[in-house]
Write a new protein. Structure first.
Length: 309
């Protein structure tokens, strides 16, 4: 295996000869930190050099990292400009741009008007934002996640590690900062606005698919023994037309029927900081069809997706 210096020098030299893929690979190495130390600003610089030579996938990744603030402060106007440039020669980028153009956003990518909430419970707080995500956005999220799906995991309270567990029998996909698109970044901003939380407090979006018989058994979204606790959950329902699959809060006698485009919001933590047992909930078994949701867990303080804890 080449040394760190040799690897970087080899990719730099190939890129300097016009090999856009070499700069894209260098960026990926800096992002992953598997063969060389993780260096997010260096990854951004390598991406820009790949884009300048004409690497299409690097252009879309550059858009995502510009929007979500990887390696530099988040810059929505710059991300939109980069996407517009990419869309002139790439049909995928053009599709993303069309999704963004259909939204009513402010200069920072947030909704330009408040989205009303249908409050279902005040204590614990549970509400639904009706039709907060468009059908096109729902399809976009499911499309990104489909290739990334794997058996879902939960956090082991003894080790803090993600492990398979019968509490959740679905398949899921993590849309991390390197998998985001600008439409995903817009959805994350919308969820922050709906919950009144900071964008950088959200964990990466998780898309889950439940086939018949699959479910998420009764649980709390609060994590054991962490300083930066999950305080708020936002669940976007990406489809309907299936049977079963309701979100059930048995302690307060509330059961929410998924409707495509609706976003369910609830608080998991008591004022003193402990888990609220009344916010324990279940995703009931799907009995016919397939259920898709996108979940964002929101912490009490900024959360670094590149160094999760």
């Amino acid at each position: 295996m080449p040394s760190t210096i040799d690897l970087v020098a080899t990719l730099e030299a190939a890129g300097a000869r016009g090999d856009a893929a070499a700069f894209a690979e260098l960026a990926a190495c800096h992002l992953r930190g598997d063969r060389i130390p993780r260096d997010l600003p260096a990854a951004r610089r390598a991406l820009r050099r790949a884009v300048a030579i004409g690497h299409v996938d690097a252009a879309l990744l550059d858009v995502a990292l510009t929007a979500n603030g990887t390696g530099a402060p988040a810059d929505w106007p710059a991300a939109r400009a980069l996407l517009a440039a990419a869309a002139r020669g790439d049909p995928v980028a053009a599709e993303h741009a069309a999704l963004i153009d259909a939204l009513s956003l402010d200069a920072a990518g947030y909704p330009d008007a408040a989205i009303p909430l249908d409050v279902l419970s005040t204590d614990p707080f549970v509400a639904v934002a009706r039709q907060a995500v468009s059908r096109a956005e729902c399809l976009h999220l499911a499309g990104i996640a489909n290739a990334l799906l794997e058996p879902a995991v939960v956090v082991d309270p003894a080790t803090g590690r993600a492990v398979p567990h019968p509490v959740r029998t679905s398949h899921n996909a993590t849309i991390g900062p390197a998998q985001e698109t600008l439409p995903v970044a817009a959805i994350n901003r919308r969820l922050a606005a709906l919950t009144g939380t900071a964008l950088d407090a959200g964990e990466p979006l998780q898309v889950l698919r439940y086939a018949p018989g699959q479910q998420c058994r009764l649980h709390s979204d609060a994590l054991p023994g962490v300083a930066n606790q999950r305080r708020v959950t936002a669940i976007a329902y990406l489809n309907d037309g299936f049977e079963g699959g309701e979100t059930d809060f048995p302690a307060i006698g509330l059961r929410v029927r998924p409707v495509a485009g609706d976003v369910l919001l609830f608080h998991s933590i008591l004022p003193g900081g402990g888990a609220d047992p009344r916010a324990r909930h279940a995703g009931l078994p799907v009995t016919r069809g397939v259920k898709w949701v996108a979940t964002r867990w929101i912490r009490g303080a900024p959360y670094d997706p590149w160094s999760p804890s």
